[in-house]
Design a protein. Structure first.
Length: 294
């Protein structure tokens, strides 16, 4: 077990899972997400960036693994990113050790860095609410509800609160306020992207960026995104039975390349062991796994 405790939060790693707990004064987005359990196979990399005050840990996830990162689309600030941790100066050694442990596990398990075709994390728990600007969005797992405050346009308040069943949602987009440009949380219906500005669209919140709380709208977006039904796969055209090719014989042995790959893997493990990166126990376990495949 490797762990690090700082004022910004706690990270721990048991060989299979990185557990992330936000600190008591962490950004509202991180507080709203709460404790995260990130499986090793969702991790693409990890780094520690030192600075004069200590440094920052960054966990890089495989593209598509986290619904919050998918909803944010690279627009989260460092303070709101759940996969970053500010490290005090007296904890830098522990941070570097944690990085080494995660990297070694990624190497041993041969976790690929490429994208995934499904979410590997569950996303925000429901019910969840967030937003600001001209209203608040909430989601209970089945229905999105938008309520307006006194700052909203009359075209929105006149119609009252809006309820939108998840089955009718075909898209959700979150954009934070940037500079003088207001942001928004928008819900698409029927595959149609609204043309009107968010301030007049009854299925959108307008976000002004006046407080950190407005960033919590991304949690609503992520919770909806991860629960939206996957698009139906196209049905394969029917094929006449007589046109189907006869099945070929089953392979009697793995390709010769596999043997070379496994031998190369054994050499790599030996080099890591000699360099002190792998302990005797880690080396023995990994070596036994490769020998079984041989």
């Amino acid at each position: 077990m490797a762990d690090i405790i700082s004022r910004d939060g706690t990270w721990s790693f048991d060989g299979d899972t990185v557990r992330i707990v936000p600190g008591g004064k962490a950004h509202p987005v991180r507080q709203g997400l709460g404790e995260l359990a990130v499986p090793l196979h969702a991790v693409a990399g990890v780094s520690f960036e030192p600075d004069r005050k200590g440094g920052r840990l960054r966990l890089r996830l495989r593209t598509g693994a986290c619904p919050v990162l998918r909803a944010a689309d690279g627009r989260l600030k460092d303070a709101s990113d759940p996969y970053q941790l500010v490290v005090e100066k007296d904890r830098t050694g522990v941070a570097e050790y944690l990085v080494d442990e995660i990297r070694n596990a990624l190497l041993i398990e041969q976790v690929p860095e490429g994208p995934v075709d499904r979410f590997l994390l569950p996303g925000p728990s429901v019910p969840v609410s967030g937003g600001g600007g001209d209203g608040t969005a909430s989601f209970d797992g089945e229905t999105v509800r938008l309520t307006w405050n006194w700052k909203a346009e009359e075209s929105k308040t006149a119609g009252g609160a809006v309820t939108l069943p998840l089955a009718e949602v075909t898209g959700v987009r979150w954009m934070p306020a940037i500079g003088l440009e207001n942001g928004s949380l928008r819900f698409d219906r029927g595959g149609v992207v609204p043309a009107s500005p968010a301030k007049f669209d009854p299925y959108s919140l307008e976000l002004w960026g006046l407080s950190k709380r407005e960033y919590t709208a991304v949690l609503v977006a992520a919770a909806v995104l991860v629960r939206m039904p996957a698009p139906a796969e196209p049905t394969a055209p029917a094929v006449a039975l007589e046109a189907a090719p006869a099945p070929g014989p089953a392979p009697s042995a793995p390709p010769a390349d596999d043997h070379d790959v496994l031998l190369r893997r054994l050499r790599e493990l030996g080099e890591l062991h000699e360099a002190g990166i792998l302990t005797d126990e880690e080396f023995a376990t990994a070596k036994q796994a490769v020998l079984k495949r041989l």
